[in-house]
Ligand binder design. Structure first.
Ligand SMILES: Nc1nc2c(ncn2[C@@H]2O[C@H](COP(=O)(O)OP(=O)(O)OP(=O)(O)O)[C@@H](O)[C@H]2O)c(=O)[nH]1
Ligand SMILES: [Mg+2]
Length: 306
């Protein structure tokens, strides 16, 4: 239990994550009796983090935190991550549990689905024993199919999380099945998420955290492919080719990272609606990081990119 100063029990916070359309808001509504907006069409619905009404599970007050889907169709990955990180790293946020929703109807683990799950794992880090992977939408596939898929998810795709202590649940769209998950999570002591430690204690910027770096890595890989395509094109800038020759093959790596870091900071500051001195501080840190990258380049090292 988490007592407040007045001796009243504080609600336990449980965060709901997962790909867009995986049923996060529906889970929250059914578990808490809230009436948050659920998606009807193909577009992502929950654009900001939002909180359910406080309700009781086994007599204990609980609050669920809804998050935008990792592959939201209206926002970039950086903006989504910024929004999720902002609520998780706020000073008063003690997280008792984290739920990752997965539709059992999905017949493939796409690259995007894997990245969503990696994002979740990196956000949690050492708090994975307080996490649950919840499989939903059982009403939409036949028994043999869902059993085979559940087994593959358990032993293959989500194995790293289960090995680290996460639990697996089925949610069959009833209050009881939602509360079973919440009972298991709310009965545990809270553990700080890795993102909370990295930002609040270690004072890192989002792009320096484990999850931020993994996103940057992904952006850099995409950017590398774009640059490769551009190099192959007849419109490729002559000057750039010349510079690449001068700096050696590490040049493109650094170029990618510089482009991606700049983009990351631009999108992050837009999502945070930063202005004035906070914005200036962010740019000063970015310029410092870019200088470090250039020093790496001059020293011919390819391993010191972030
Ligand atoms: N058949 C079935 N449909 C479900 C279930 N859970 C959610 N849905 C439907 O799935 C769709 C998406 O649900 P949402 O709760 O809006 O999903 P979300 O993860 O919050 O989506 P975003 O806010 O866009 O990230 C809606 O049409 C829901 O009615 C379920 O267990 N079974
Ligand atoms: Mg939603």
């Amino acid at each position: 239990m988490t007592p407040s100063r007045a001796g009243q029990q504080m609600p336990k916070n449980i965060v709901i994550m997962g790909p867009t359309g995986s049923g996060k808001t529906s889970f929250i509504n059914i578990a808490s009796g809230s009436r948050l907006r659920v998606g009807k069409g193909l577009r992502s619905t929950t654009g900001c983090t939002q909180t359910s009404r406080t309700f009781r599970v086994d007599g204990c007050p609980v609050r669920l935190i809804d998050t935008p889907g990792f592959d939201d169709s209206n926002m970039s990955d950086v903006e989504i991550l910024t929004k999720i990180t902002k609520i998780l790293s706020s000073k008063k946020m003690v997280v008792h549990g984290i739920i990752y929703l997965h539709r059992i109807t999905d017949n493939r683990m796409s690259g995007t689905a894997r990245r969503s799950f990696d994002t979740f794992r990196y956000l949690c880090g050492e708090a994975l024993p307080n996490a649950a992977v919840v499989l939903n939408m059982w009403d939409m596939v036949s028994d043999p199919v869902r059993i085979a898929r559940e087994e593959e998810l358990r032993t293959k795709f989500y194995k790293p999380a289960f090995d680290a202590g996460a639990q697996l649940f089925r949610h069959v769209n009833t209050v009881e099945s939602a509360h079973r998950v919440l009972q298991a999570l709310a009965s545990q002591d809270p553990l700080p998420l890795r993102i909370q430690t990295e930002i609040a204690i270690e004072g890192k910027q989002l792009w320096q955290t484990t999850v931020g770096m993994s996103l940057l890595q992904h952006m850099a890989e995409k950017e590398q492919r774009r640059l490769d395509a551009a190099r192959d094109s007849e419109f490729r800038d002559e000057k750039l080719i010349h510079q690449e020759t001068d700096y050696g093959e590490g040049y493109q790596d650094v170029e990618c990272w510089m482009i991606c870091l700049t983009k990351f900071v631009q999108e992050h500051s837009r999502a945070e609606r930063l202005s004035g001195s906070s914005m200036q501080r962010l740019w000063v840190q970015l310029i410092k990081r870019l200088q470090e990258l250039l020093i790496c380049l001059i020293n011919g090292s390819r391993n010191c990119v972030p």
